[in-house]
Design a protein around this ligand. Structure first.
Ligand code: SF4
Ligand code: SF4
Length: 322
């Protein structure tokens, strides 16, 4: 028998969760939907069509203090917060890619402890993300979550996928149902983009005309990387106080920015804009595919929605496929 949460009981369910966890959800504030800690009275939008900040900030916070130092003493700040975060299945898939990046050959303990403290609820609905092209990538949207909510009209079909997720099923708000509920949408998409051809084109390097042309349009502002749920470049700096001591921080960075590959002596490995643009595409659609078997992109469309130059990554990738 299926387990469901009626939509009219969502608020009651979120309040139940809040007794044991911090609850993060897409909430509407000032006309924008953003991921935030939920306060009572918040309007939760589980079927958001975009958010300008992706949920990666919960696992890879911008400005994270990695260690504090004072004199001889060094301390790694504790991370105790246990949280539940609701996101759509496209963003959950992006988290599963971050899990591979940060949990692979180089295990990142800072990322790992936040993931260990988190429970992800993915929400599958008919609402498409603005500018998305997820259906053209070879993705299954079955990864990165502990519980799956499937929008079935007046209720969500609720399924626990992990032991952590089962903890969220014990609420009185979740009931068995005898009524037949609408079949889940089959969200296993057909692959349409030819990643083999795209990778082969990208491997030809940055001196192709497409990158030269794109460099005339692109501002190299890095917004596409900041809003991307998968881009994960960071910079580490010591923030030293005048009175002594301080903290070692890591901030989000972007390989699109002019000084990203600048090293001592003034040498810049990717000083020219077209090389940085090519590198961004190559990392996502060639290197990631050869290293981990799938692109560093889930087609969420944020880099299109928020690009000030109106560049559509999707169309550029199509050009690489020809
Ligand atoms: S957001 Fe647009 S303009 Fe800015 S770096 Fe990315 S592609 Fe270029
Ligand atoms: S590259 Fe663009 S479309 Fe792909 S996951 Fe990142 S923001 Fe979304």
């Amino acid at each position: 028998m299926a387990l469901v949460l009626e939509k009219r009981r969502l608020d009651e369910y979120l309040s139940w969760l809040s007794r044991s966890f911090t609850v993060y959800a897409p909430v509407e504030r000032d006309g924008l939907v953003k991921f935030d800690g939920r306060s009572s009275g918040d309007s939760v939008v589980l079927d958001y069509d975009t958010t300008n900040t992706p949920p990666k900030f919960l696992f890879l916070p911008h400005g994270e203090c990695m260690l504090e130092f004072k004199g001889e003493k060094v301390k790694v700040p504790a991370v105790d917060e246990r949280f539940v975060v609701f996101m759509n299945s496209v963003d959950a898939e992006a988290v599963s890619i971050l899990d591979e990046v940060f949990g692979g050959e180089f295990n990142d303990e800072y990322y790992a402890r936040r993931r260990a403290n988190s429970i992800i609820v993915a929400v599958e609905s008919e609402v498409k993300m603005r500018d998305s092209f997820d259906e053209e990538l070879d993705l299954k949207f079955k990864n990165g979550f502990d519980v799956l909510f499937t929008d079935c009209g007046d209720c969500y079909l609720v399924e626990a996928k992990t032991a952590k997720g089962k903890k969220l099923m014990k609420s009185d708000s979740i009931k068995e149902t005898k009524k037949s509920i609408k079949d889940r949408r089959n969200f296993i998409k057909d692959r349409k983009l030819d990643l083999g051809k795209i990778s082969a084109f990208l491997d030809k390097g940055p001196e192709q005309k497409i990158w030269q042309d794109l460099a005339k349009e692109c501002f190299a502002c890095g917004i596409c990387a900041y809003v991307c749920p998968i881009c994960h470049c960071f910079d580490v700096q010591d923030d030293v106080k005048l009175e002594g001591g301080g903290c070692r921080k890591r901030d989000w960075d972007s390989c699109m920015l002019a000084d990203f590959a600048l090293v001592a002596g003034g040498v810049n490995f990717r000083g020219e804009r077209h090389k940085r643009i090519h590198n961004w595409y190559h990392h996502k659609f060639a290197r990631a595919v050869s290293e981990r078997g799938r692109p560093d992109c889930v087609g969420c469309g944020r880099c299109i929605t928020y690009c000030p130059a109106k560049i559509r990554i999707h169309e550029k990738i199509r050009e690489c496929e020809k």
